[in-house]
Design a protein around this ligand. Structure first.
Ligand SMILES: [Zn+2]
Length: 455
């Protein structure tokens, strides 16, 4: 078998193109709410039309525009979706050193809300979509599968006017074998070893309300059946330690790979985090509390109390007090099984536990898309490792998973000294991405698409 080498591409030109797209997209104020994603969609449409590609605009509500464009392949294989969202979260302008909607380049970084979540990925996907379109036009060389550029609205506010709407109303657009989306792709450093996280599973979420009932009364004569006190004790018990452990195959592989990259002593310690009898003791002793918290979230359902409500007047003992609890569940957990775990922790009959399912979570199989990602990373960083990863939050991929689409989260991003990790830049102040990371991204994603085409 002869393997044809990939043509050498002008990476500098592709990087410059991605940077130009990213700057233009960052200049679109698509804070959601209200969204105004039509601004980003209009830019994308203009770029596609200039190359002779007519995209489809989807506008379920005024201004809430998603964009869909298709580059036909030979049809030998089923399509690959390049997914992104065009909306962003709000900013605290006073805390930024740059205009969050200026697209400014400073010291090798592009600044703006969305620079890593996720207009960077959109700029990379647009650049490569156009690259493969030009390649088809000039050489007649087509990919074996259609490439679909899908830039949706409303991800940051739940997706009802973006991916959720498309799934419910235009599901045929999503006929695909694979999707690349956000949720992973970041490189992390552990003991000098670099590991790239490939999101192949996603936690679900359930919104829980704890409702405490007690007796009312005058605050000047306190009694022993106060709703607020019931609730306080419940919150205290809930946050005293993790819920029961659930290890899914993706997390077992992730932690095993992580451990295997480490020297013997650390390897043994990390592997013990998978042992239900020792896990918590080991996590509690890890020198890096951030790593411990991150690993703990992969091994347990989490229940984080956030919104509290009680009382109408200072001198009235309220008869009801509630807390909303943000629960993130390991795939396989049901509202009933989560409620049972919470009830075990909070036996107080004065507390009602109300669970409202939101997303069940999912776990994907290893497929040739993983091999393509591994190959692409090896080309750039032969010593780095790619590990399957459970994303502890939700993304639009939760709409794709039930449709049988293999959706991985992989936005290639190298860690850089002196720069906060991408996980804290997203939704943070001075969100930015280096030009060097755009080069890395365009090279890796190009290789993923080209390699997948041969598998
Ligand atoms: Zn995002």
């Amino acid at each position: 078998m002869t393997v044809r080498a990939l043509p050498t591409l002008d990476w500098d030109a592709l990087t410059a193109e991605a940077a130009r797209h990213l700057q233009a997209l960052l200049r679109c104020d698509t804070i959601n709410p209200p969204g105004n994603e039509y601004l980003a969609a209009a830019y994308l449409r203009e770029q596609l039309l200039a190359e002779g590609i007519e995209p489809q605009l989807i506008e379920p509500a005024p201004g809430r525009v998603s964009l869909y464009a298709r580059l036909p392949g030979t049809g030998a294989q089923r399509p690959l979706l390049l997914v992104s969202h065009t909306d962003v979260v709000p900013v605290e302008r006073a805390r930024w050193s740059a205009d969050p909607f200026g697209g400014e380049i400073r010291d090798g970084f592009i600044y703006g809300r969305g620079a890593v979540d996720m207009k960077d990925m959109l700029a990379l996907e647009l650049t490569l979509f156009l690259h493969f379109a030009r390649q088809a036009r000039t050489t007649g060389q087509r990919l074996s599968r259609d490439l679909v550029l899908l830039a949706v609205a409303d991800e940051e506010d739940g997706g009802a006017l973006g991916m959720g709407w498309i799934v419910a109303n235009m599901p045929d657009l999503l006929d695909a074998e694979y999707a690349l989306n956000e949720g992973g792709g970041m490189g992390v450093e552990l003991g000098g070893q670099r590991i790239y996280l490939c999101e192949m599973a996603q936690k679900g979420s359930i919104r829980v309300t704890l409702r405490a009932q007690g007796l009312p009364g005058h605050a000047s004569i306190p009694h022993g059946n106060q709703a607020v006190a019931h609730l306080a004790r419940a919150i205290s018990r809930l946050t005293a330690g993790p819920l029961p452990m659930h290890v899914i195959p993706t997390v077992r592989r992730f932690i095993t790979i992580l451990a295997d990259t480490q020297p013997r002593a650390q390897r043994a310690v990390l592997r013990q985090t998978l042992n239900p009898l020792l896990s918590e003791a080991v996590l509690a002793r890890l020198p890096d509390p951030n790593l411990a918290n991150a690993l703990r979230a992969l091994l347990h359902n989490t229940a984080t109390p956030t919104l509290l409500r009680a009382g109408t007047a200072l001198n009235v003992i309220p008869s009801e007090a509630t807390v909303q609890v943000d629960c993130r569940i390991i795939p396989g957990t049901t509202p009933a099984s989560l409620t049972a775990e919470l009830r075990q922790r909070i036996p107080d009959p004065a507390i009602a536990i109300e669970a409202e399912p939101h997303s069940p979570g999912y776990e994907m199989q290893r497929t040739p898309l993983f091999d393509a990602i591994q190959h692409a990373i090896a080309q750039q960083e032969p010593r780095a490792v790619v590990a399957p990863y459970l994303f502890p939050a939700v993304s639009d991929s939760r709409y794709l998973a039930p449709r049988g689409i293999t959706a991985y989260g992989f936005v290639p991003h190298q860690p850089e000294p002196g720069v906060p990790p991408v996980q804290s830049l997203a939704h943070g102040h001075d969100e930015r991405i280096s030009i060097a990371n755009l080069t890395f991204g365009v090279r890796v994603l190009h290789d993923v698409i080209a390699t997948l085409d041969k598998l």
